[in-house]
Design a protein around this ligand. Structure first.
Ligand code: DP6
Length: 342
């Protein structure tokens, strides 16, 4: 007998960035962060998990290739799911049996992995969501997703999502929570400009470790800047104040990349084309005499633009005019927002 579940999980794009951990094992951040979860029509992870008494060990395939599960993060995730399932099911013999079964995990993304397109977030959120369905674990699972990859905890919910930093040592209060649902701001769009689908030169995990050790700006950012910025961002979203939302988003992206440069040795994720996109966005905003477009860059050169539906045709016109060869023609336009789906 084999029991299986297949689910899909969304990408999220942070507008207040997570960069730096205070606990490497539990993946606890040094600051809160906030993102929009994208709908799953074009970009998503898809995972099938199967359990059977006949499987001899846990195994996993990513985009068709077998991966080692000998990885502390994945082990923690599996352990925690089984622990919660056991807690829930004690007293029910049949189900308890299933908890000793090994699982096979098959996961794929329909977009470039590790190119700064938040693939780990979608993948890990989807994995944890699928396992929770397989083992009938309910309640908040964002803290389990967090232990797979920090930013993955935000992909567990749709709409705009905050990852609370938390104070507890065991991480119990470092969880994701929805700030506004997908229906709150239906005009919101995200346009992803794929500048390069290459693997990033320094992965986020290693990059933020070096930043925590060497960047004085990071400490200042975490203590003095982010707490106020989080409040202002939540207010901008609640009021649907696009100008404030855009200004905060761009400033936060710029500060995150400044922290990367302040890291020693420095890390640079943005390329000349990324910087040219930044200049274009500011030129468009200057023309309108207000911010109608916001850029944000993660640990890679690709740009994510947040904008309102009305401005999409105009902005696409500018992009095709200024970047006819530099930006992948399949620019993804995304609406916000959807949570993982069974
Ligand atoms: C720049 O979540 O990939 O995208 O917790 O080590 O797995 P780990 O890092 P990860 O870092 C994402 C960093 C970021 C900013 C963000 O999404 O908030």
């Amino acid at each position: 007998k084999i029991i299986s579940k297949t689910c899909t999980g969304p990408v999220n794009i942070a507008v207040i960035k997570y960069w730096g951990k205070r606990d490497e094992k539990l993946i606890l951040p040094i600051n809160a962060s906030l993102s929009g979860t994208l709908d799953q029509q074009q970009l998503r992870a898809k995972t099938t998990v199967a359990a059977s008494a006949g499987f001899t060990k846990d195994r996993m395939w990513l985009n068709g290739q077998e991966q080692s599960l000998d990885n502390p993060r994945l082990q923690n995730v599996l352990k925690e799911i089984r622990r919660r399932a056991r807690k829930r099911k004690s007293g029910c013999e049949d189900d308890l049996d299933m908890l000793t079964w090994r699982v096979h995990i098959c996961s794929e993304n329909n977009f470039p992995t590790a190119a700064g397109l938040a693939s780990s977030a979608a993948g890990l959120a989807c994995l944890v969501f699928s396992l929770s369905k397989l083992f009938n674990v309910d309640g908040d699972i964002s803290d389990i997703a967090r232990q797979g990859s920090g930013s993955a905890c935000r992909s567990v919910y749709g709409g705009f999502v905050e990852w609370e930093m938390g104070k507890e040592k065991d991480g119990s209060d470092s969880v994701a929570r929805q700030v506004a649902s997908e229906n709150h701001w239906p005009e919101m769009r995200v346009l992803i400009l794929v500048v390069s689908a290459d693997k990033k030169h320094v992965g986020s995990t290693a990059g933020m470790q070096t930043s925590v050790k060497t960047s004085p700006l990071l400490k200042h950012r975490a203590e003095k800047i982010v707490p106020e910025r989080m409040q202002a961002m939540i207010e901008a979203i609640q009021k649907k104040d696009f100008e404030s939302f855009a200004d905060l988003t761009m400033k936060d992206s710029n500060q995150f990349h400044s922290v990367c440069l302040d890291t020693y040795p420095p890390i640079s994720y943005m390329t000349d084309i990324s910087h040219k996109i930044v200049r274009m966005v500011h030129a468009i905003n200057a023309h309108f005499k207000k911010s109608v477009l916001a850029y944000t860059f993660d640990a890679g050169p690709n740009a994510c633009l947040y904008l309102l539906e009305d401005h999409v045709p105009l902005v696409l016109g500018f992009i095709n005019h200024f970047f006819p060869y530099d930006v992948n023609n399949e620019q993804y336009i995304r609406g916000l927002l959807s949570e993982p789906q069974k």
